[in-house]
Design a protein around this ligand. Structure first.
Ligand code: NAD
Length: 340
C-alpha cells in the first residue's frame, strides 16, 4: 500500500522533524521533501535513500504526495493519517508539513501561483496541510482562506512547536495545535505529530496554536532577560553563579530558563551558553517572536509593558557582531553580564 507525505523546509528544526517522521513511516512509504537550500535536501535524502524523494518546488511536493487509501486496510494510527471521512465515504487526504522561518516564506510556499502548494490544488483536492512555522496569526488565517477558496476539502492547521533543536532531534517537541479538541481530524493529527514530538495541545481553533506559541515565547524571552539581570546582580554582589541558580531553583523565582538554559556560561553544562552560545534558538528568531507577540498584544488590546524594552534588547543583540546568529540566551553577554 503506497503511502506518502510531503515536507517543506528542512532547516534547523525541519530537518530533524522530517528525519523522525521518516523513521516512523512504514518501509513502503515515500517522503517528498523540498527546501530552497539544496545541501539540506541532500542531507535528509542521503539518510533515507529508499524513502525520501527530492522535489524542486512545494508545488511538486503537493503534486506527488498523493496517497492511495483502501477501505480494507486495518485502521492502525498511521493509516488513519491519510483518511478523512466525508459525507458518503472515506476519501483520501494527502498530508504535507511545512517548517519555514517567517510569514513571507509561508505565504510563498503555500500561495505562489507558479511554485506554491496552491498551484497543485483544485476543487477536487483533499489535503491535510500543517504549518509548524512561528508566524503571525493574520498570515496564517489569510493562507487558510486562500487555500479553501481553491480547495474546500483541504484543511490547513497551524501547529507551531516548542522545545528547540534538541527537542527536534530527540522528538520531544510540543505542538500547539490551532484546532478545537472536538475537531474530527484531532486523532490523525495527534498520531502524525507524535512521530516528531511528545505533546500535542489543541488550543481552541484556527491560528490559536500560534497565539499560544507567541504568548509562550514572549514569556520565555522576557524571563531570559530577567534571569540575565538577576544572575548578574547576585554575582556582582559576590554570590557564586551555581549557588545563585540553586537559590532561584528553590525559591519563588524558579523557572526553566534559569534551571535548564541558564544564560550564564558554565551553570548548565549542556546548554548553549556553556558552548559559546552555539546551537539552540537563534537570537534573531527570538527578536522575530517578541516582535510578533508585541504586535499581537496591540491587536487584541492587551497591555504589554515589558514588550518594548524586551524587543529593544533582542533587536540590538541580533545586530551586535558578538551576539548575532548565536543562541538567544546570548543577551546575557549583550547586557554585559559578569563572567562566571
Ligand atoms: P531555519 O532558518 O533553520 O530553517 C528554515 C528552512 O526553510 C531553511 O532551510 C530555508 O532554506 C527554508 N526555506 C525558506 N524559504 C523557503 C521556501 N520558499 N521554500 C522552501 N524552503 C524554504 O529555521 P528553523 O530554526 O528551522 O525555524 C523554523 C521555524 O520554527 C521558525 O518560524 C522558528 O521561529 C520556529 N522555531 C524554531 C526553533 C529553534 O530552536 N530553531 C524552535 C521552535 C520554533
Amino acid at each position: 500500500l503506497p503511502k506518502s507525505i510531503g515536507f517543506v523546509g528542512l532547516g534547523a528544526m525541519g530537518k530533524h522533524m522530517a528525519v523522525n517522521l521518516a523513521k516512523s513511516l512504514p518501509s513502503d512509504s515515500t517522503l517528498y521533501v523540498h527546501d530552497i537550500m539544496v545541501a539540506v535536501v541532500e542531507e535528509v535524502a542521503g539518510s533515507f535513500t529508499d524513502l525520501v524523494v527530492k522535489c524542486v518546488s512545494a508545488k511538486e511536493v503537493a503534486e506527488k504526495s498523493v496517497c492511495v487509501p483502501s477501505l480494507n486496510h486495518p485502521f492502525e494510527d498511521g493509516y488513519l493519517l491519510f483518511q478523512t471521512v466525508t459525507a458518503n465515504n472515506i476519501s483520501k487526504q494527502d498530508v504535507i508539513l511545512t517548517m519555514l522561518p517567517e510569514g513571507a516564506h509561508v505565504k510563498s510556499v503555500y500561495l505562489d501561483p507558479a511554485t506554491g502548494i496552491i498551484a497543485a490544488l483544485s476543487s477536487s483536492s483533499a489535503k491535510l496541510l500543517i504549518d509548524s512555522s512561528t508566524i503571525d496569526t493574520a498570515t496564517n488565517l489569510h493562507v487558510k482562506e486562500e487555500l479553501s477558496k481553491v480547495s474546500p476539502e483541504t484543511t490547513f492547521y497551524d501547529a507551531p512547536v516548542s522545545g528547540g533543536t534538541l527537542g527536534a532531534v530527540n522528538a520531544t517537541i510540543a505542538f500547539f495545535l490551532g484546532s478545537a479538541p472536538s475537531d474530527t481530524n484531532i486523532g490523525r493529527l495527534t498520531a502524525l505529530l507524535k512521530t516528531m514530538g511528545t505533546k500535542v495541545i489543541p488550543c481552541g481553533g484556527p491560528s490559536l496554536g500560534l497565539a499560544a506559541k507567541l504568548s509562550n515565547n514572549y514569556l520565555s524571552g522576557i524571563i531570559t532577560i530577567a534571569c540575565s539581570e538577576a544572575m548578574d546582580m547576585g554575582m556582582r554582589a559576590g554570590i557564586d553563579a551555581e549557588v545563585l541558580a540553586s537559590v532561584f531553583a528553590a525559591g519563588t523565582a524558579q523557572n526553566t530558563i534559569c534551571d535548564v538554559f541558564n544564560p550564564v556560561p558554565g551553570v548548565c553544562p549542556k546548554a548553549p551558553p556553556s558552548n559559546g552560545y552555539r546551537g539552540g534558538f537563534r537570537v534573531q528568531l527570538m527578536r522575530k517572536d517578541i516582535g510578533l507577540a508585541v504586535d499581537m498584544a496591540r491587536r487584541v488590546g492587551a497591555r504589554n509593558v515589558l514588550g518594548a524594552s524586551g524587543l529593544g534588547v533582542y533587536a540590538a543583540a541580533s545586530d551586535a557582531s558578538d551576539c548575532k546568529d548565536l543562541d538567544s540566551r546570548v543577551v546575557y553577554r549583550y547586557l554585559g553580564g559578569k563572567e562566571n
